[in-house]
Design a protein around this ligand. Structure first.
Ligand code: MN
Length: 496
């Protein structure tokens, strides 16, 4: 009997992403999460006779942003089609979607899996509208329908079956969420249903090139469960095959509460949906000039920003991943970099600039995020602004204050929201780097007759240097730059 390792899982994901437009895909009703049931509706949302659709320009722009960021082929002419099915949450009796002429095809999504860069190809990205929500009351006799979500614009991102493990599927999905957030087209909130993932899973004996029968896993509505649900399905199929049965084409619903999946229905074929171009919506033509302007204004992707941090600024892959996890954090870091004096646009960044960038990364990820995490606050609620953090790094890099003084300034910044400049001025913290001043302090210490014996001892034992450095540091109220002071003290003592 074959053991699990002799099967290769083949996984493709279909991800529905809710676009964060103000109004719905084909009418002016508000598109928002929450709200009293059936408060964001209008005649079109309810499918009332005579109400006609008008395509939301912004939804198309958002779909194009995603297509461009994923390097898709963009169709300058695509079609909106009706996908017929009867269900209470779909008042028109069909969903407007795209069938054989989607707006984007091909392309790929990039992500990092166990430290290695990976790429999963896309089959297509198309625009469609969301359905309403059914609510089944306990007792099984009453169901309610809320149409607030009906007609909210979505893009469906369909990957090629190129994913080879449940872990890889989870990383792909994380990257997709991160990407839509960086592009500003969705909040990517899985818990609120802004991101919904269906997985097509099949297995085949390792070495076989044809695909096995797949099943479609629905309802994976939390990041926690993506990996778990797919792993479970892989093992279930192996079990079926090993007990000499056949995997059947079906839709299975993931039941997170019981950690298992259940057959929901035998899967429909495309012709069951009786797709047809929507007679109320003309073909969608994209003006190439508009497309160019969207391309020109496209925000950098998390992967581009990660690469820049590693390749240009010399940050570690780990730091780069932490800083690009969220758009807000990444923007904060970029603003801190600028304030610290690192120019992020230039082609080559000097070594000094790289160490300044590294310092920014450290202050942000260990000091600031450390404190924020302790209080369960995120970066947008930081009492220290990006500009202030960058300024602090600049003072330290320019040797105006020491790293130790920096910690004190930082904790005051965090408590009082004051700028580092104000704190440094108020506390008179400026570090002394003037060699003449430091030399004078060293000479004064060495000239003290009470220390004559210590100086003799120092000549036998250079480890006593620290004793004199400490005395001279006290002379400068602790403000002399420590390593400079140490060098000068050594020189002064050798003159004795
Ligand atoms: Mn869909």
């Amino acid at each position: 009997m074959a053991s699990p390792v002799e099967y290769e899982p083949i996984i493709g994901l279909e991800v529905h992403v809710q676009l964060s437009t103000l109004s719905k895909a084909f009418c002016g009703a508000k598109a928002a999460f929450g709200g009293a049931p059936n408060s964001y509706i209008d005649p079109y949302t309810l499918g009332l006779p005579g109400a006609l659709p008008v395509l939301n320009h912004r939804a198309v722009e958002f779909a194009l942003r995603m297509g461009l960021a994923c390097q898709c082929d963009i169709a300058l002419r695509s079609e909106l089609s009706r996908k017929h099915y009867f269900y209470p949450d779909s008042p028109k009796g069909y969903q407007i979607s795209q069938f054989d002429k989607p707006i984007c095809e091909n392309g790929h999504v990039e992500f990092v899996l166990r430290g290695e860069k990976k790429r999963v190809g896309l089959q297509r990205i198309h625009i469609e509208e969301d359905a309403g929500k059914n609510l089944h009351l306990p007792g099984g006799r009453t169901s309610l329908v809320d149409f607030n979500r009906a007609g909210v614009p979505l893009i469906e991102v369909v990957s090629l079956p190129e994913i080879r493990s449940a872990e890889e599927a989870a990383e792909y999905l994380r990257a997709l969420r991160q990407l839509v957030r960086f592009l500003g087209i969705s909040d990517g909130n899985m818990e609120e249903g802004s991101l919904r993932c269906d997985a097509n899973v099949s297995i085949r004996p390792r070495g076989q090139t044809t695909l096995g029968q797949r099943t479609e896993l629905k309802n994976i509505n939390s990041f926690k469960y993506v990996q778990h649900a797919i792993e479970h399905e892989i093992l279930r199929q192996i079990d079926v095959v090993q007990s000499n049965s056949k995997v059947v084409m079906e839709t299975r619903g993931w039941d997170a509460a019981h950690g298992t999946s259940r057959s929901q229905r035998k899967k429909e074929q495309a012709h069951d949906y009786r797709y047809m171009p929507d007679p109320d919506l003309p073909p969608l033509h994209i003006d190439p000039l508009w497309l160019d302007s969207i391309r020109a204004a496209l925000p950098a992707t998390p992967m581009q920003r990660r690469d820049r941090y590693i390749d240009r600024l010399g940050l570690s892959p780990y730091d780069a991943s932490v800083l690009t996890a969220e758009r807000e954090l990444c923007d904060f870091f970029d603003a801190a970099l600028v304030a610290s004096g690192v120019s992020t646009d230039s082609e080559s960044v000097s070594e000094a600039q790289c160490s300044r960038a590294k310092l920014c990364a450290n202050w942000l990820s260990s000091e600031l995020l450390g404190l924020l995490n302790k209080e369960s606050r995120d970066i947008t609620a930081s009492p220290v602004s990006a500009e202030s953090l960058g300024e602090l790094v600049r003072y330290i890099s320019d040797d105006i204050i020491s790293g130790k003084q920096g910690k004190e300034v930082f904790s005051r910044m965090y408590e009082s929201r004051e700028t580092p400049t104000d704190i440094i001025e108020r506390l008179g913290l400026r570090q002394i780097t003037d060699e003449a001043v430091i030399t004078a302090a060293c000479r004064k210490v060495v000239a003290d007759p009470a220390l004559a014996k210590q100086i003799e001892k120092y000549k036998q034992n250079p480890k006593l240097l620290g004793f004199f450095v400490g005395k001279a540091l006290a002379e400068t109220q602790g403000k002399a730059k420590p390593d400079l002071l140490s060098t000068i003290m050594q020189r002064v003592l050798s003159e004795k």
